[in-house]
Design a protein around this ligand. Structure first.
Ligand code: HOZ
Length: 423
Protein backbone atom coordinates (compact mmCIF):
# COMPACT_ATOMS: atom_id res chain seq x y z
CA UNK A 1 0.00 0.00 0.00
CA UNK A 2 1.49 3.35 -1.06
CA UNK A 3 1.41 6.07 1.60
CA UNK A 4 3.77 8.71 0.13
CA UNK A 5 1.12 11.45 -0.13
CA UNK A 6 -0.39 10.72 3.30
CA UNK A 7 3.10 10.70 4.81
CA UNK A 8 3.95 14.05 3.22
CA UNK A 9 0.68 15.57 4.47
CA UNK A 10 1.29 14.16 7.93
CA UNK A 11 4.73 15.75 8.09
CA UNK A 12 3.16 19.09 7.26
CA UNK A 13 0.32 18.54 9.73
CA UNK A 14 2.40 17.58 12.79
CA UNK A 15 4.14 20.94 12.72
CA UNK A 16 0.81 22.75 12.77
CA UNK A 17 -1.61 20.76 14.92
CA UNK A 18 -1.10 18.70 18.10
CA UNK A 19 -0.31 15.19 16.84
CA UNK A 20 -1.10 16.48 13.35
CA UNK A 21 -4.82 16.06 14.00
CA UNK A 22 -7.98 17.80 15.13
CA UNK A 23 -9.23 14.83 17.16
CA UNK A 24 -6.83 12.39 18.86
CA UNK A 25 -8.04 8.93 17.79
CA UNK A 26 -7.57 9.68 14.10
CA UNK A 27 -3.80 10.07 14.72
CA UNK A 28 -3.56 6.22 14.53
CA UNK A 29 -1.06 6.27 17.42
CA UNK A 30 -2.26 3.07 19.02
CA UNK A 31 -2.16 1.01 15.88
CA UNK A 32 1.51 1.71 15.24
CA UNK A 33 1.37 3.74 12.05
CA UNK A 34 0.91 7.26 10.83
CA UNK A 35 -2.57 8.43 9.81
CA UNK A 36 -3.99 8.23 6.35
CA UNK A 37 -5.18 11.48 4.83
CA UNK A 38 -8.50 11.18 3.08
CA UNK A 39 -9.09 12.71 -0.32
CA UNK A 40 -12.74 11.84 -0.85
CA UNK A 41 -15.43 9.31 -0.01
CA UNK A 42 -18.49 8.00 -1.82
CA UNK A 43 -21.03 5.38 -0.79
CA UNK A 44 -19.28 2.62 1.16
CA UNK A 45 -15.81 3.63 0.01
CA UNK A 46 -13.19 6.03 1.29
CA UNK A 47 -10.18 7.06 -0.83
CA UNK A 48 -6.93 8.36 0.61
CA UNK A 49 -4.50 10.91 -0.83
CA UNK A 50 -2.45 8.11 -2.45
CA UNK A 51 -5.47 6.76 -4.30
CA UNK A 52 -5.90 3.73 -2.02
CA UNK A 53 -9.53 2.65 -1.85
CA UNK A 54 -11.07 1.12 1.27
CA UNK A 55 -14.45 -0.27 2.26
CA UNK A 56 -15.18 2.10 5.12
CA UNK A 57 -16.63 0.92 8.45
CA UNK A 58 -15.82 4.11 10.35
CA UNK A 59 -18.47 6.06 8.42
CA UNK A 60 -17.24 9.28 10.06
CA UNK A 61 -17.84 7.58 13.44
CA UNK A 62 -21.51 7.05 12.75
CA UNK A 63 -23.27 9.84 10.86
CA UNK A 64 -23.04 8.22 7.43
CA UNK A 65 -25.82 5.66 7.83
CA UNK A 66 -26.54 5.93 4.08
CA UNK A 67 -22.86 5.96 3.16
CA UNK A 68 -20.71 8.89 2.12
CA UNK A 69 -21.96 11.81 0.05
CA UNK A 70 -25.50 10.40 -0.09
CA UNK A 71 -27.06 12.33 -3.01
CA UNK A 72 -30.32 13.48 -1.29
CA UNK A 73 -28.30 14.93 1.60
CA UNK A 74 -25.69 16.56 -0.64
CA UNK A 75 -28.43 18.09 -2.82
CA UNK A 76 -30.29 19.43 0.21
CA UNK A 77 -27.13 21.05 1.58
CA UNK A 78 -26.25 22.61 -1.80
CA UNK A 79 -29.72 24.08 -2.07
CA UNK A 80 -29.59 25.45 1.47
CA UNK A 81 -26.12 26.96 0.96
CA UNK A 82 -27.33 28.90 -2.03
CA UNK A 83 -29.82 30.64 0.25
CA UNK A 84 -27.20 31.54 2.84
CA UNK A 85 -24.84 29.60 5.10
CA UNK A 86 -25.88 31.08 8.40
CA UNK A 87 -28.37 33.70 9.50
CA UNK A 88 -27.97 33.72 13.29
CA UNK A 89 -31.75 34.06 13.19
CA UNK A 90 -34.83 31.83 13.06
CA UNK A 91 -35.77 29.87 9.92
CA UNK A 92 -38.19 27.11 8.99
CA UNK A 93 -35.56 24.35 8.75
CA UNK A 94 -35.09 24.43 12.53
CA UNK A 95 -38.80 23.76 13.02
CA UNK A 96 -38.93 20.94 10.48
CA UNK A 97 -35.96 19.18 12.08
CA UNK A 98 -37.36 19.69 15.60
CA UNK A 99 -40.72 18.26 14.47
CA UNK A 100 -38.99 15.22 13.04
CA UNK A 101 -36.92 14.58 16.17
CA UNK A 102 -39.97 14.94 18.42
CA UNK A 103 -42.05 12.66 16.22
CA UNK A 104 -39.45 9.88 16.49
CA UNK A 105 -38.66 10.22 20.20
CA UNK A 106 -41.87 10.21 22.26
CA UNK A 107 -39.90 11.17 25.40
CA UNK A 108 -38.71 14.37 23.71
CA UNK A 109 -41.38 17.06 24.00
CA UNK A 110 -39.09 20.00 23.30
CA UNK A 111 -35.66 20.13 21.72
CA UNK A 112 -32.80 22.54 21.19
CA UNK A 113 -30.33 22.30 18.30
CA UNK A 114 -26.61 22.84 18.91
CA UNK A 115 -23.39 22.11 17.03
CA UNK A 116 -21.74 19.05 18.57
CA UNK A 117 -22.42 16.13 20.87
CA UNK A 118 -20.12 17.65 23.48
CA UNK A 119 -22.13 20.85 23.48
CA UNK A 120 -25.43 18.97 23.65
CA UNK A 121 -24.28 16.88 26.63
CA UNK A 122 -22.89 19.90 28.46
CA UNK A 123 -26.19 21.74 27.96
CA UNK A 124 -28.35 18.75 28.95
CA UNK A 125 -26.40 18.38 32.21
CA UNK A 126 -26.82 22.09 32.90
CA UNK A 127 -30.57 21.80 32.28
CA UNK A 128 -30.76 18.75 34.56
CA UNK A 129 -28.93 20.61 37.31
CA UNK A 130 -30.96 23.76 36.77
CA UNK A 131 -34.31 22.02 36.78
CA UNK A 132 -33.62 19.77 39.80
CA UNK A 133 -31.60 22.29 41.80
CA UNK A 134 -29.04 19.54 42.47
CA UNK A 135 -25.34 19.38 41.57
CA UNK A 136 -24.20 15.76 41.46
CA UNK A 137 -24.26 13.61 38.35
CA UNK A 138 -23.68 9.90 37.86
CA UNK A 139 -21.65 8.75 34.88
CA UNK A 140 -20.34 5.30 34.04
CA UNK A 141 -16.75 4.14 33.69
CA UNK A 142 -15.91 3.77 30.01
CA UNK A 143 -18.84 5.82 28.74
CA UNK A 144 -17.82 8.84 26.70
CA UNK A 145 -19.95 11.95 26.47
CA UNK A 146 -17.64 14.37 24.68
CA UNK A 147 -14.96 16.47 26.25
CA UNK A 148 -16.72 18.82 28.66
CA UNK A 149 -14.90 19.11 31.99
CA UNK A 150 -17.18 17.25 34.46
CA UNK A 151 -17.36 14.21 32.18
CA UNK A 152 -13.64 13.73 31.62
CA UNK A 153 -13.50 11.11 34.36
CA UNK A 154 -12.79 7.50 33.37
CA UNK A 155 -14.04 8.35 29.90
CA UNK A 156 -14.11 5.96 26.98
CA UNK A 157 -13.14 6.57 23.35
CA UNK A 158 -9.95 8.60 22.89
CA UNK A 159 -9.33 8.74 26.64
CA UNK A 160 -9.16 4.95 26.78
CA UNK A 161 -7.23 4.71 23.52
CA UNK A 162 -4.56 7.07 24.78
CA UNK A 163 -4.75 5.87 28.41
CA UNK A 164 -5.72 9.30 29.76
CA UNK A 165 -8.62 8.31 32.02
CA UNK A 166 -8.74 11.76 33.61
CA UNK A 167 -7.59 14.69 31.50
CA UNK A 168 -5.21 17.20 32.99
CA UNK A 169 -6.35 20.81 32.74
CA UNK A 170 -9.58 20.01 34.57
CA UNK A 171 -9.54 21.50 38.08
CA UNK A 172 -10.53 18.97 40.76
CA UNK A 173 -13.39 21.20 41.80
CA UNK A 174 -14.91 20.83 38.29
CA UNK A 175 -15.34 17.08 38.75
CA UNK A 176 -16.12 17.03 42.47
CA UNK A 177 -19.81 16.47 41.71
CA UNK A 178 -19.19 13.66 39.21
CA UNK A 179 -19.96 10.26 40.71
CA UNK A 180 -18.68 7.14 38.96
CA UNK A 181 -20.66 3.94 38.56
CA UNK A 182 -19.84 0.66 36.82
CA UNK A 183 -21.71 -0.08 33.62
CA UNK A 184 -24.13 -3.00 33.95
CA UNK A 185 -23.67 -2.98 37.74
CA UNK A 186 -26.84 -2.12 39.67
CA UNK A 187 -25.17 -2.06 43.06
CA UNK A 188 -22.69 0.66 42.11
CA UNK A 189 -25.66 2.90 41.20
CA UNK A 190 -27.80 2.13 44.24
CA UNK A 191 -24.81 2.73 46.55
CA UNK A 192 -24.45 6.25 45.13
CA UNK A 193 -28.14 7.03 45.56
CA UNK A 194 -28.05 5.71 49.11
CA UNK A 195 -25.07 7.92 49.90
CA UNK A 196 -26.48 11.05 48.22
CA UNK A 197 -30.27 10.55 48.20
CA UNK A 198 -31.19 14.20 47.61
CA UNK A 199 -28.14 15.49 45.74
CA UNK A 200 -28.08 13.68 42.42
CA UNK A 201 -29.42 15.70 39.48
CA UNK A 202 -29.09 13.03 36.84
CA UNK A 203 -27.69 9.79 35.56
CA UNK A 204 -26.06 10.17 32.15
CA UNK A 205 -25.48 6.96 30.23
CA UNK A 206 -24.86 5.62 26.74
CA UNK A 207 -27.89 3.27 26.62
CA UNK A 208 -25.72 0.94 24.57
CA UNK A 209 -22.10 1.82 25.26
CA UNK A 210 -20.06 2.24 22.09
CA UNK A 211 -17.02 4.17 23.29
CA UNK A 212 -15.30 1.35 25.21
CA UNK A 213 -15.98 -0.71 22.17
CA UNK A 214 -19.58 -1.85 21.86
CA UNK A 215 -20.92 -3.00 25.24
CA UNK A 216 -24.66 -3.68 25.35
CA UNK A 217 -26.73 -3.05 28.46
CA UNK A 218 -27.64 -6.29 30.21
CA UNK A 219 -31.29 -7.28 30.18
CA UNK A 220 -33.27 -5.04 32.51
CA UNK A 221 -30.37 -2.67 33.22
CA UNK A 222 -31.83 0.41 31.52
CA UNK A 223 -35.18 -0.32 33.14
CA UNK A 224 -33.37 -0.41 36.48
CA UNK A 225 -31.75 2.99 35.80
CA UNK A 226 -35.19 4.30 34.83
CA UNK A 227 -36.72 3.14 38.10
CA UNK A 228 -33.97 4.15 40.50
CA UNK A 229 -33.59 7.64 39.02
CA UNK A 230 -37.33 8.17 39.34
CA UNK A 231 -37.33 6.88 42.91
CA UNK A 232 -34.73 9.45 43.96
CA UNK A 233 -36.06 12.35 41.88
CA UNK A 234 -33.06 12.38 39.54
CA UNK A 235 -33.30 12.67 35.75
CA UNK A 236 -32.24 9.94 33.37
CA UNK A 237 -30.27 11.25 30.39
CA UNK A 238 -29.63 8.94 27.47
CA UNK A 239 -26.62 9.98 25.41
CA UNK A 240 -27.87 8.76 22.04
CA UNK A 241 -25.23 10.54 19.97
CA UNK A 242 -24.24 7.16 18.52
CA UNK A 243 -27.41 5.10 19.03
CA UNK A 244 -29.95 7.74 17.97
CA UNK A 245 -31.42 6.84 14.54
CA UNK A 246 -28.88 3.98 14.39
CA UNK A 247 -30.40 1.24 16.52
CA UNK A 248 -33.86 2.27 15.32
CA UNK A 249 -35.66 5.39 14.13
CA UNK A 250 -36.42 6.01 17.81
CA UNK A 251 -32.87 5.22 18.92
CA UNK A 252 -31.99 2.96 21.84
CA UNK A 253 -35.19 4.07 23.61
CA UNK A 254 -37.38 2.38 21.04
CA UNK A 255 -34.93 -0.51 20.61
CA UNK A 256 -34.88 -1.37 24.34
CA UNK A 257 -38.32 0.00 25.24
CA UNK A 258 -37.10 2.40 27.94
CA UNK A 259 -37.70 6.15 27.81
CA UNK A 260 -35.36 8.79 29.18
CA UNK A 261 -36.19 12.17 30.72
CA UNK A 262 -33.65 13.84 28.47
CA UNK A 263 -32.01 12.70 25.25
CA UNK A 264 -28.83 13.82 23.56
CA UNK A 265 -28.53 13.31 19.81
CA UNK A 266 -25.69 13.90 17.36
CA UNK A 267 -24.08 12.31 14.31
CA UNK A 268 -26.98 10.91 12.18
CA UNK A 269 -29.34 13.72 13.23
CA UNK A 270 -26.99 16.14 11.45
CA UNK A 271 -26.66 14.04 8.29
CA UNK A 272 -22.86 14.49 8.36
CA UNK A 273 -22.85 18.19 9.19
CA UNK A 274 -21.90 19.63 12.61
CA UNK A 275 -25.27 19.45 14.33
CA UNK A 276 -26.47 17.92 17.58
CA UNK A 277 -29.53 18.26 19.77
CA UNK A 278 -30.75 17.84 23.31
CA UNK A 279 -34.32 17.55 24.37
CA UNK A 280 -36.72 16.02 26.81
CA UNK A 281 -39.72 16.60 28.99
CA UNK A 282 -41.39 19.97 28.49
CA UNK A 283 -41.05 20.99 32.15
CA UNK A 284 -37.29 20.44 32.03
CA UNK A 285 -36.79 22.16 28.68
CA UNK A 286 -38.85 25.12 29.84
CA UNK A 287 -36.05 25.88 32.32
CA UNK A 288 -33.86 26.91 29.38
CA UNK A 289 -33.39 30.56 28.45
CA UNK A 290 -35.30 32.60 27.27
CA UNK A 291 -38.13 30.72 29.08
CA UNK A 292 -36.10 29.90 32.18
CA UNK A 293 -32.86 30.60 34.00
CA UNK A 294 -30.60 27.92 32.44
CA UNK A 295 -28.48 29.73 29.88
CA UNK A 296 -27.32 28.19 26.62
CA UNK A 297 -26.79 29.86 23.24
CA UNK A 298 -24.91 29.58 19.93
CA UNK A 299 -24.41 31.67 16.80
CA UNK A 300 -24.33 28.68 14.47
CA UNK A 301 -26.95 26.64 16.35
CA UNK A 302 -29.60 25.37 13.96
CA UNK A 303 -27.84 26.87 10.94
CA UNK A 304 -29.65 26.27 7.63
CA UNK A 305 -26.98 24.10 5.95
CA UNK A 306 -26.74 21.68 8.88
CA UNK A 307 -30.49 21.51 9.45
CA UNK A 308 -30.99 20.79 5.74
CA UNK A 309 -28.60 17.84 6.01
CA UNK A 310 -30.36 16.58 9.14
CA UNK A 311 -33.81 16.88 7.58
CA UNK A 312 -32.64 15.02 4.46
CA UNK A 313 -31.10 12.23 6.55
CA UNK A 314 -34.20 11.77 8.71
CA UNK A 315 -36.46 11.96 5.65
CA UNK A 316 -34.43 9.19 4.02
CA UNK A 317 -34.80 7.11 7.18
CA UNK A 318 -38.57 7.69 7.16
CA UNK A 319 -38.76 6.66 3.49
CA UNK A 320 -36.99 3.32 3.92
CA UNK A 321 -39.11 0.96 6.03
CA UNK A 322 -36.53 -1.81 5.58
CA UNK A 323 -33.44 0.20 6.53
CA UNK A 324 -32.85 -1.34 9.95
CA UNK A 325 -33.66 -4.86 8.73
CA UNK A 326 -31.09 -4.49 5.95
CA UNK A 327 -28.47 -3.18 8.38
CA UNK A 328 -29.23 -6.06 10.75
CA UNK A 329 -28.74 -8.71 8.03
CA UNK A 330 -25.43 -7.26 6.86
CA UNK A 331 -24.12 -6.71 10.37
CA UNK A 332 -25.08 -10.22 11.43
CA UNK A 333 -23.07 -11.59 8.50
CA UNK A 334 -20.03 -9.67 9.71
CA UNK A 335 -20.57 -10.89 13.26
CA UNK A 336 -20.76 -14.50 12.06
CA UNK A 337 -17.53 -14.09 10.08
CA UNK A 338 -15.80 -12.61 13.13
CA UNK A 339 -16.93 -15.46 15.36
CA UNK A 340 -15.79 -18.01 12.76
CA UNK A 341 -12.43 -16.25 12.74
CA UNK A 342 -12.20 -16.83 16.50
CA UNK A 343 -12.81 -13.22 17.53
CA UNK A 344 -14.75 -12.18 20.61
CA UNK A 345 -17.39 -9.84 19.22
CA UNK A 346 -20.07 -7.63 20.72
CA UNK A 347 -22.79 -6.50 18.32
CA UNK A 348 -25.96 -4.49 18.67
CA UNK A 349 -27.68 -3.75 15.35
CA UNK A 350 -25.16 -2.13 13.02
CA UNK A 351 -22.58 -1.47 15.76
CA UNK A 352 -19.84 -4.05 16.29
CA UNK A 353 -16.53 -4.39 18.09
CA UNK A 354 -14.05 -7.27 18.01
CA UNK A 355 -12.23 -7.73 21.32
CA UNK A 356 -9.08 -9.74 21.87
CA UNK A 357 -9.80 -11.32 25.23
CA UNK A 358 -11.33 -14.54 26.49
CA UNK A 359 -13.53 -12.61 28.90
CA UNK A 360 -17.08 -11.54 28.11
CA UNK A 361 -16.87 -7.76 27.67
CA UNK A 362 -19.60 -6.21 29.80
CA UNK A 363 -17.96 -3.12 31.30
CA UNK A 364 -14.85 -0.93 31.41
CA UNK A 365 -12.77 -3.42 33.34
CA UNK A 366 -13.44 -6.33 31.00
CA UNK A 367 -12.99 -4.09 27.92
CA UNK A 368 -9.54 -3.21 29.27
CA UNK A 369 -8.53 -6.90 29.20
CA UNK A 370 -8.50 -6.81 25.39
CA UNK A 371 -5.02 -7.21 23.92
CA UNK A 372 -4.42 -3.90 22.14
CA UNK A 373 -1.38 -5.25 20.34
CA UNK A 374 -3.61 -7.87 18.73
CA UNK A 375 -6.18 -5.20 17.86
CA UNK A 376 -3.42 -3.21 16.14
CA UNK A 377 -2.33 -6.28 14.15
CA UNK A 378 -5.98 -6.96 13.19
CA UNK A 379 -6.55 -3.32 12.20
CA UNK A 380 -3.41 -3.22 10.06
CA UNK A 381 -4.20 -6.52 8.36
CA UNK A 382 -7.66 -5.24 7.45
CA UNK A 383 -6.29 -1.92 6.25
CA UNK A 384 -3.63 -3.55 4.07
CA UNK A 385 -6.44 -5.61 2.56
CA UNK A 386 -8.69 -2.69 1.73
CA UNK A 387 -10.89 -2.50 4.84
CA UNK A 388 -10.91 0.69 6.92
CA UNK A 389 -11.98 0.26 10.56
CA UNK A 390 -11.50 2.33 13.71
CA UNK A 391 -7.83 2.88 14.56
CA UNK A 392 -8.62 2.12 18.19
CA UNK A 393 -9.88 -0.85 20.17
CA UNK A 394 -12.36 1.30 22.06
CA UNK A 395 -14.68 2.36 19.26
CA UNK A 396 -17.36 0.76 17.12
CA UNK A 397 -17.48 -0.58 13.58
CA UNK A 398 -20.38 1.10 11.75
CA UNK A 399 -22.32 -0.61 8.98
CA UNK A 400 -24.21 1.57 6.51
CA UNK A 401 -26.97 1.07 3.97
CA UNK A 402 -24.35 1.71 1.27
CA UNK A 403 -22.44 -1.48 2.13
CA UNK A 404 -23.40 -3.89 -0.63
CA UNK A 405 -23.59 -7.66 -0.31
CA UNK A 406 -20.35 -7.75 -2.26
CA UNK A 407 -18.66 -5.35 0.20
CA UNK A 408 -19.79 -7.53 3.08
CA UNK A 409 -18.58 -10.74 1.39
CA UNK A 410 -15.18 -9.19 0.67
CA UNK A 411 -14.95 -8.01 4.28
CA UNK A 412 -15.93 -11.42 5.67
CA UNK A 413 -13.18 -13.00 3.57
CA UNK A 414 -10.55 -10.61 4.88
CA UNK A 415 -11.76 -11.13 8.47
CA UNK A 416 -11.41 -14.89 8.00
CA UNK A 417 -7.80 -14.42 6.85
CA UNK A 418 -7.14 -12.01 9.73
CA UNK A 419 -8.33 -14.69 12.15
CA UNK A 420 -5.81 -17.17 10.67
CA UNK A 421 -3.04 -14.60 10.85
CA UNK A 422 -3.76 -13.95 14.54
CA UNK A 423 -3.97 -17.57 15.71
N1 HOZ B 1 -13.32 9.61 19.53
C1 HOZ B 1 -14.20 9.94 18.45
C2 HOZ B 1 -15.19 8.86 18.20
N2 HOZ B 1 -15.81 8.27 19.33
C3 HOZ B 1 -13.37 10.18 17.25
C4 HOZ B 1 -13.78 11.35 16.51
C5 HOZ B 1 -12.78 11.71 15.40
O1 HOZ B 1 -11.57 11.51 15.56
O2 HOZ B 1 -13.23 12.21 14.39
Amino acid sequence: MKTNCSDALYHRAVKLMPGGVNSPVRAFRNVGRDPLFIDHAKGSYIYDADGNKFIDYVCSWGPDIFGHAYPPIVEAVKKACEKGLTFGACHEGEIVLAEKIISHFPSVEMVRLVNSGTEAVMSAIRAARGSTGRDKIIKFEGCYHGHCDPLLVKGGSGLMTHAVPDSTGVPKSFTEHTLLAKYNDKRSVSDLFETYPNEIACIIVEPCAANMGVVPPQKGYLQYLREISKKYGALLIFDEVITGFRLSDGGAQKFYGVNADMTVLGKIVGGGMPLAAYGGRRDIMECISPLGQVYQAGTLSGNPAATAAGIAALTAIEQDPYLYDKLEIRSEKLETAMRKAGLNVNRVGSLLTAFFTDKAVTDYESACTSDRGKYAAYFNFLLENGIYTAPSQFEAMFVSAAHSDEDIDITCNVIEKAGKMLH
